[in-house]
Design a protein around this ligand. Structure first.
Ligand SMILES: [Zn+2]
Length: 305
């Protein structure tokens, strides 16, 4: 009897192990086929807004402003996905690299140490990669990466998109790989772009998909090759993503230019030319760091179309 029972128990455990093996294998296959699954191209252009955190600012003097001039000194950090029927573009990538922290479901404060030893504080609650995954995209699905400019609060996750085609101005690229870094650069976050397929944008406007819907527009001054992004949406209309042409709406209202511009004169000229562009196209300007304006935007998984 004992022997029969032992054999029966042995057979049951073999069957269980086999079932477990099959289950593990098939769930593994499901995960890998999900990773290989390409998101379906939308019929019309979509703009997804990702929350890449909140940046705290201790020194308003850098913006030629006083605390009384602004309603909040905090800055939003937007990252954006433009999903076009012909491909996808990421615009700006935040201040905190995804790999440097673990989401807890609540905002956590991260200290970013810049190469010159200065530190900045940013609150984050979701990774950029996690927000992409949530809508079915992975970095491999991104065809183009464009950064408004090379400061650390826009480049944190740039390396994730090194497999995309990088759209950059020569002046910014030279500053990024020239070997001399000011305090606002975090070279480790964009080092892999050096080998990316790169298109150096020379004209004022670069039409990414050839249909006038997504245009990278030159707006130098904040940095040598600072740029803004125009997106034309069927329902919402035109939107210009500001980069750091302005940080606070008060800069526009009070006509102030930050102290740390590459060229204040060029910033003033770029503000004029972007204003003319807004008038011509009827587009609205989204100031990416404007905390209150950003709070009102629909966030991914919702989108503008
Ligand atoms: Zn910025």
């Amino acid at each position: 009897m004992l022997t029969k029972r032992c054999i029966a128990q042995f057979l049951i455990s073999v069957a269980l192990a086999a079932a477990l093996f099959v289950a593990t294998r098939s769930s593994g296959q499901a995960a890998s086929s999900a990773a290989q699954h390409k998101p379906q191209a939308p019929r019309s252009v979509r703009l997804y807004v990702f929350d890449c955190g909140v940046l705290h600012n201790a020194d308003m003097g850098r913006f030629n402003l006083k605390k009384e001039d602004v309603t909040t000194t905090d800055m939003s950090m937007g990252c954006f996905l433009i999903a076009h029927p012909k491909g996808n573009l990421i615009w700006d990538t935040g201040a905190v690299p995804d790999g440097s922290w673990t989401p807890t479901g609540k905002f956590v404060t991260q200290h970013v140490t810049l190469p010159d030893g200065q530190t900045r504080e940013a609150d984050v609650d979701k990774t950029l990669g996690g927000q992409l995954t949530e809508i079915g995209y992975s970095p491999a699905d991104i065809n183009y990466l464009a950064l408004s400019h090379y400061h650390y609060d826009h480049t944190a996750n740039a390396n994730q998109f090194a497999g995309a085609t990088w759209l950059v101005r020569q002046g910014d690229r030279d500053a990024m790989f020239g070997g001399k870094y000011s305090g606002s650069l975090q070279p480790s976050t964009f080092s892999q772009l050096q080998k990316s397929k790169t298109i150096i944008l020379k004209d004022d406007e670069y039409d990414v998909f050839g249909d006038g819907a997504v245009i990278v527009k030159s707006a130098p001054g904040h940095t040598q090759g600072h740029q803004v992004l125009y997106v034309k949406l069927a329902k919402t209309g035109g939107i210009v993503l500001s980069g750091d042409l302005y940080h606070y709406p008060a800069e526009m209202k009070l006509d102030r230019v930050p102290t740390f511009e590459y060229s204040q004169d060029e910033t003033r000229a770029s503000r004029k030319s972007v204003n003319a562009f807004l008038k011509k196209t009827g587009a609205q300007l989204w100031i990416q760091h404007d905390f209150e304006g950003f709070a009102k935007l629909k966030k991914s998984p919702q989108f503008y179309e």
